[in-house]
Design a protein around this ligand. Sequence first.
Ligand code: 13P
Length: 344
Amino acid sequence: MNSMDKETMDTLQATIRDMVQTGRGILAADESNPTMAKRLKAIGVESTAETRRAWRSLLVTTPGLGEYISAIILFEETLQQTTDAGTPLPEAAWAQGIVPGIKVDRGKIPLALSPGDLITQGLDGLAERIQTYRSQGARFAKWREVYAIEQHVPSQHGIEANAEMLARYAAVCQAEGLVPIVEPEVLMDGDHDIDRHAEVTEAVQHAVFHALHRHGVALELMILKPNMVLPGKDCRRAAPEEVANATLRVLRRTVPAAVPSINFLSGGQDAEEATANLNAIAQLGSGSPWHLSISYGRALQQPGLHAWLGKAENTGAAQQALLKRARLNHLAMLGKYEASLEND
Ligand code: 13P
C-alpha cells in the first residue's frame, strides 16, 4: 500500500495528465555536462554554461514545439538558466504547454565487486534536492540505470541492485510530489543478437516492477522509459516489424497495465531509424493498455544540433530541424509515419 496524502496524489495525477497525451512525447535535454561537451564538440562548439544555455534556450523556444512535445527533461544547471529574452527556461517551456522536469540521478559507476555491472548514484539527500527542484518549476524527475551486455553481464545480482535503486528513487519522487520517470536502459553496444537483448530486457523489467511493488510505488503515477529491443550495434540491423514484435512481447510480459505511459529512449539509433521503429511499435501495439510514446534525446536533437553549429544566425534552421523530427515522431506515435515524409 502506498501512503501518499490526497494532495500529493492529486498533484502527481495532474502532472501525468499534462504529460501523457495522444501524439505528444517527451524531449530529453538533460545531458550531463560531460555528455553535452561531447555533443557540442562534434559540431565544433566549446561546452560552456553559455553555449549549453543557448542550445537549450533554442529548444524550448521553438515555435509550435508544444504541439508534439508534452514535456522536457532538463539538467540541474538548466533549471536556473534563462532564454535569450530572460525568461527562466522551465517557465518558457510551460508557456508552450511543455511540462519541465529534471534528471536527478548523479550518473553511473561500476557496481563494486560485480565486474561489468553498473550502478547509478544520487539517492543521498534526494528528497531535499527535489524540494529545491520543485521550487524551481520541475514537476517530474528522471533516473537512469544502465545495463551493458556481455557474456555474463548483467548478472542477476546487478539486475536486482539496479532495480532496487530505481524503486527507491521512484518512491522518494512520489512522496515529494514529482512524477518519476523510471529508466532502465539495456545498452545496444556490442554484437549480441536481438534475442539476447530481449532476454536481458525482460529480466531487467521483471526485476524493476518487482522492486517498484515492494517499495509501494503507485504505478498509475509513474512513466516507464525503456529501451526498444534491438540487435547490438555490431550485429545485422532488424526490420522495424521485428523490433516492434520483440519490444512489445517483452513489455507485455513485464509491464502492468496500470502504468499509464511507456516512453522509449532512442539509445543511439539514428533519428530516422528511431522514428520508423516507433511507428511499427504504434501500429503493432495499438490497443495496448499503455500510451506508447517517446522520450528521445539524440534522435530528436541531433539534426537540429548539426544545423545550429553554435551560430545565432542558424537558430531558425535548427528549430525547423527539431520541429520536423518532433512532427515525424508525432506521426509515428499515431502509426502514420512513412519514410517518404523525410523528404518533405
Ligand atoms: P537518448 O534518446 O539519446 O538515448 O537519450 C534519452 C535519455 O534521456 C537517456 O537517459
